[in-house]
Design a protein around this ligand. Structure first.
Ligand SMILES: Cc1ncc(C[n+]2csc(CCOP(=O)(O)OP(=O)(O)O)c2C)c(N)n1
Length: 681
């Protein structure tokens, strides 16, 4: 569009947009200068050429609207209103940075400005944006979400899942695909068969639009319609803004993969200079005004850089801060974790199966706390979930709060994360534990880390429920795994599993109200076992093991469905006069090391039993810890009995060989008691 074409915004807005573009470039260039000087050290993804996109959208946003962006997001971050000082201080890894220096250039968050997530994982922000939008839609706040990602990200599964779900739920989001024509070293046409990203919108069932991303007027006009639609309840839009990348992928990286003629042409006509000329040509601003804006931007980054350099690095106390809400949960701290008391243990009891107890916990949470929502595949009535755990809940609490989802695990977990960031207490059902691997990025890179990466500015109080069908026969290798060790290996996740109906209810309610992300594993083997369960809002604190049987001769430490095997084995051993202390860990993290140690000290012999594969299983961690602490006091080396190192076989005789059982536990226990060290004294 020529310099004379009328602009769609007011004179003031035009100047504000120019100011933003200039501030963005000043920030972007100051960071690159810092890198060139060796003052800063990191991989940086410049935004040169894309400044107009967020700058032109900014006047259409409310201050409290949310933004989700990516590693190449400095322009989005400045435009959303994050203070320049905090941005630059984060680049320097200082305590005054957006994330106290713990996030870094790819992970800035500033909830005060509505900037909720910056992710270094391509496309991973889109599912989370859905959750933010869902929360605000349910609250009726009128807030919308601006979610930015690249053209390369448009090809990743998380984005496809998110766009489908956003359209299905008519969420108030503007998805902006910033098409800079390259994804790292690959040209757009080499990875994408369709000519535009915008045309994909139709396939998701949402409006799509394409704008020249170097022209603020074009971006503004397209975004204005989309944002108005989102605010009016008309759902999401996919807006593709095309703006040639003006440099290589990262600071200092080569440009040989780029079309040199196109690059030269784009560099000869950069968006800021183009807009500047237009403002002058139309008499919207004078040369003196624009020069003043440019000087102010330089002064702002000068000030921010000086502020950053004067700021301290985070102190050693920051290392463990913000992993969880309460650092004493962290297993490598010396501070013993002291869980609180049970809640309402004296309430009247009634007999429920494990599955009914899960249902009861969800019902209580939904009835008592309007912030609680549920989502998952097939969870609404009449199905009520594949194991009926959610039967009746959508009927009682409505399909707005008990939400059926497509088969999109990344979108489900991302939506739960986003809703949690926005203050809700979402519970997501991952039908089967093995399927968590499909959305492990959302779980391990986002739910687990967002509190830390934001320096404690955001938190993810989400509960992810999942069934494991281990040792029920017939489910085979992809529906029966026990992945607790994998989850526990990721700092930031709490990992809980129950073996009785009362625990299922009490632990699940604690997870739901916990300030951190909780993985709640429900063994199908226990699902139909009845037990007495307290009514109402009964809660068992996370991190307190239960002593199921007392004995002096050895300790059997277990959890999940292998508790049944452990108890059966203890019964058999008692027939031989061997009394076992049997402990149900209940949560892997927080870990009740005090209970474990007390039992081990009492008996001097420890056998750890778990349903997961023994090799690299949680038993290895527990055994190492016990041996480090109690080497001289133990009468025998700590023994383990987990599943064999094979995928879970289908054939029942083979499955029986794979999993630990009571006979195997008895055998191991007898070996422990016969250990020569003990026999010798
Ligand atoms: C899931 C994932 N895969 C690969 C990468 C490595 N990577 C970083 S940036 C990038 C290119 C992304 O291109 P695009 O989405 O077009 O965004 P742009 O960098 O152009 O802004 C890749 C592949 C990553 N960070 N995350």
């Amino acid at each position: 569009m020529g310099n004379g074409a009328a602009l769609p915004f007011t004179t003031q807005q035009a100047k504000d947009i120019y100011r933003l573009m200039v501030r963005i470039r000043a920030c972007d260039q100051r960071i690159q200068q810092g890198l060139a000087a060796g003052d800063l050290q990191f991989q940086y993804y410049p935004c040169g050429g894309q400044e107009a996109i967020p700058a032109a959208i900014a006047p259409l946003l409310r201050a409290d609207d949310y933004a989700v962006t990516t590693y190449r997001g400095i322009h989005d971050i400045v435009a959303k209103g994050t203070p320049m000082r905090e941005i630059i201080a984060e680049m320097y890894g200082r305590i005054t940075g957006t994330s106290k220096g713990k996030g870094g250039p790819m992970h800035l968050s500033d909830p005060k400005a509505g900037l909720m997530v910056t992710t270094g994982i391509v496309g991973a922000g889109a599912p989370i944006a859905n959750g933010l939008a869902l929360a605000e839609m349910l609250k009726g706040s009128g807030r919308i979400v601006l979610c930015s990602f690249g053209d390369g990200a448009a090809n990743i599964g998380a984005v496809h899942e998110a766009l489908n779900l956003a359209a299905l739920w008519q969420l108030p989001i503007l998805f902006v695909c910033q098409n800079n024509l390259y994804a790292e070293y690959t040209a757009f046409a080499a990875s994408t068969r369709v000519a535009t990203i915008a045309e994909r919108a139709a396939a998701y069932g949402m409006p799509g639009a394409r704008a020249n991303g170097t022209d603020p007027a074009a971006v503004y006009t397209a975004a204005k319609a989309a944002i108005a639609r989102a605010r009016a309840g008309g759902g999401p839009t996919l807006l593709e803004c095309v703006a040639h990348r003006l440099q290589g992928h990262a600071f200092g990286s080569e440009e040989a993969h780029m079309d040199q003629d196109a690059l030269k042409a784009a560099r000869a006509d950069p968006p800021i200079e183009k807009f500047r000329a237009r403002l002058l040509a139309q008499g919207i601003a004078s040369e003196a005004e624009l020069a003043a804006i440019e000087r102010e931007a330089q002064a702002e980054v000068d000030d921010a850089q000086a502020f950053a350099k004067d700021s301290a690095a985070p102190g050693a106390d920051e290392l463990y801060a913000d992993v969880f809400a309460d650092a004493s949960v962290i297993p490598d701290r010396d501070t013993p974790y002291a869980p609180g008391p049970e809640r309402a243990p004296q309430a009247p009891r009634r007999k429920l199966t494990f599955g009914q107890a899960v249902n009861d916990a969800l019902d209580v949470a939904l009835a008592s706390d309007p912030a609680t929502i549920l989502m998952g595949e097939d969870i609404v009535d009449p199905a009520g979930g594949i194991v009926k755990a959610t039967l009746g809940l959508s009927t009682r609490h409505g399909s707005a709060r008990v939400r059926a989802t497509p088969i999109s695990e990344q979108a489900i977990v991302g939506a739960a994360i986003g809703a949690a960031l926005a203050g809700l207490k979402p519970i997501a059902e991952i039908m089967v534990c093995d399927f968590a691997l499909v959305c492990m990025d959302q779980i391990a890179n986002h739910a687990a880390k967002l509190r830390y990466m934001s320096g404690g500015r955001t938190s993810v109080p989400v509960t992810l429920r999942m069934v494991t069908a281990g040792n029920v026969g017939s489910f085979g290798a992809q529906h029966s795994q026990s992945l607790e060790a994998m989850f526990a290996h990721v700092p930031g996740l709490k990992v809980v599993t129950a073996s009785t109906p009362a625990d299922a209810k009490g632990l699940l309610l604690s997870c739901i109200h916990d300030p951190d992300p909780c993985i709640f594993i429900e063994p199908m083997r226990c699902y139909f076992t009845p037990g007495e369960v307290p009514e109402g809002d009964y809660r068992i604190p996370l991190g307190r093991a239960a002593v199921r049987r007392e004995g002096r001769d050895l300790s059997i430490l277990s959890y999940s469905w292998t508790m049944d095997e452990a108890l059966a084995a203890a019964e058999t051993l008692a027939g031989d006069g061997i009394e076992a202390d049997v402990i149900d860990l209940r949560s892997i993290l927080p870990l009740d090391m005090a209970a474990v140690t007390a039992s081990a000290c009492k008996t001097g012999r420890v056998l750890i039993v778990h349903p997961a594969v023994e090799f690299c299983g949680f038993g290895a961690e527990l055994a190492a810890r016990l041996q480090e602490r109690l080497f001289g006091e133990l009468k025998a080396p700590v023994a383990r009995l987990g599943a064999r190192y094979t995928p879970i076989p289908f054939s029942q005789p083979l499955e029986a060989l794979h999993f630990p059982n009571a006979a195997g536990i008895v055998d191991k226990a007898r070996h422990l008691l016969a250990h020569p060290h003990a026999a010798g004294g």
